[in-house]
Design a binder for this molecule. Structure first.
Ligand code: GAL
Length: 446
């Protein structure tokens, strides 16, 4: 299946090849030009946080012109980035910050001048701290706050941006940030998870409606994390555990948007989310997205477990399974991408699918001015073969965004996981295109 002979000509002419990033992981300039703290600024600048911070990150705030030129140099044609909410509204709502607004105009203009199409994510995890102080995603008022922000951005950038992504991976920022407490804002437990999750679902749909109203010709999507979940073995209790984890990780946020409601039939414990419903919410959760973004990184092997209660399932860590892992300890399992594409394309109302993130992290090293990241090239070859096969079998896959351009700040894991196709020296901010970057460049050569 994995013939290495894959060529960009195996893909339809209008297939989008892009690269993705996010504001907090790259911009730096955390307290410059009127910006106030986001939850990630607070979280990582706390003395207890061990893995550095994004105060400077890759200094994209100042380096954006060179980085955008690199996208062009590598023959990629689209750049997905996110807007930092607290640059536009330092306090979440209220007075907008002109310097923040101008900054994104400059990025967008730079993309356009270089022939790169900008794709904008409205929310990639960096909630303004001022809103977190009021309860953040657990407070239903987030619908008003998010609408205010989304309305402003979509009016401001309407003439230049047509491709919009409402949320980045709600299961990640709600699960890790409001249930496990290992991402910002570090909250834990179901009492935070359930309301936060429901409000994210409502914002996901409302964000779509706002974009549609302000930019009638916009192409609107939202992105979901996903993982292949396989049971430890074929015992019924493990199979059922895998089914619950699959419902939580892969179905929880897409199904309400499609009008199917939360998958609580398969995870009855989460029926408690209905406690946070108000009249009309079932309708409110729906939005007819033009496309969905899927972001696949690893496989999960599930087993029955007494903890956590309600879910009664947990994951057997990859390191205990003797499989190939990336340098964050996640299993490298490209084959799973095909399964995910198939799974998401089966939903009746999913019109187009984009892989809005895909990549792998290693301990890349710069030796004599070069980075030999052969394993990343292998990974791309395998995933591209899978994508081309999926298209040939009728899956409406329309684009692929590499995660990521430049090695950046990988959230709770800091700077160690290097995902870029361009190496970054975080001391000097000097960029060096890795072998995988050159490979991609020749793959995409017209
Ligand atoms: C995704 C996330 C990205 C990036 C990537 C690599 O879940 O959206 O921001 O961190 O994982 O781990």
């Amino acid at each position: 299946m994995y013939s290495s002979k894959i060529n960009s000509k195996d893909f339809p002419k209008n297939f989008i090849w892009g690269v993705a990033s996010s504001a907090y992981q790259t911009e730096g300039a955390w307290d410059s030009d009127g910006k106030e703290n986001s939850i990630w600024d607070t979280f990582t600048n706390d003395k207890k946080f061990p893995n550095g911070n994004g105060n400077t990150a890759t200094n994209f705030y100042h380096n954006y012109e060179d980085d955008i030129k690199k996208i062009k140099e590598l023959n990629l044609s689209a750049f997905r980035f996110s807007i930092s909410w607290s640059r536009i509204f330092p306090l979440g709502i209220g007075e907008p910050n002109q310097e923040g607004i101008d900054y994104y105009h400059a990025i967008i203009d730079c993309c356009i001048e270089n022939g790169i199409e900008p794709w904008v994510t409205l929310y990639h995890w960096d909630l303004p701290q001022a809103l977190e102080n009021l309860g953040g995603w657990t407070n239903r008022e987030i619908i008003d706050w998010f609408s205010y922000y989304a309305d402003f951005c979509t009016k401001e950038y309407s003439s230049k941006i047509k491709k919009w992504i409402v949320l980045n991976e709600p299961m990640s920022f709600i699960g890790l940030g409001y249930f496990m407490g290992i991402h910002a804002p570090g909250k834990k437990g179901l009492k935070n998870f359930l309301p936060a999750a429901h409000h994210a679902t409502l914002c996901q749909a409302e964000g779509g409606r706002i974009i549609r109203k302000n930019i009638p010709d916009a192409f609107i999507g939202t992105s979901f994390s996903c993982s292949v979940v396989t049971p430890k073995n074929l015992f019924r209790r493990h199979r059922k555990a895998a089914k619950r984890l699959d419902a939580l990780l892969n179905r929880f946020f897409i199904e309400p948007a499609l009008g199917l409601g939360y998958p609580t039939k398969d995870i009855p414990g989460l029926k408690r989310i209905e406690k946070y419903f108000q009249d009309g919410d079932e309708e409110f959760m729906k939005f007819d997205f033009d496309f969905i973004g899927i972001q696949y990184y690893f496989r999960i092997v599930a087993q029955y477990s007494f903890f956590p209660p309600l879910l009664f399932a947990n994951e057997i860590p990859a390191k205990k399974r003797n499989v190939k892992t990336n340098n964050m300890g996640m299993e490298i399992y490209p084959k799973g991408l095909y399964k995910m594409l198939k799974k998401f394309s089966k939903y009746k109302n999913v019109k187009h699918i984009y892989i809005t993130e895909s990549g792998v992290c290693f301990d890349d090293e710069l030796i004599n001015g070069e980075v030999e990241d052969k394993n990343r090239i292998k990974y791309f070859k395998k995933t591209f073969v899978i994508c081309s096969k999926a298209i040939k079998r009728g899956i409406k896959l329309k684009g692929y965004f590499v995660w990521t351009l430049v090695d950046n700040f990988e959230w709770a894991d800091g700077f160690k996981p290097r995902f870029g196709i361009v190496y970054n020296d975080f001391e000097t901010q000097k960029r060096t295109i890795k072998k995988s970057g050159y490979w991609l460049k020749s793959f995409l050569k017209k």
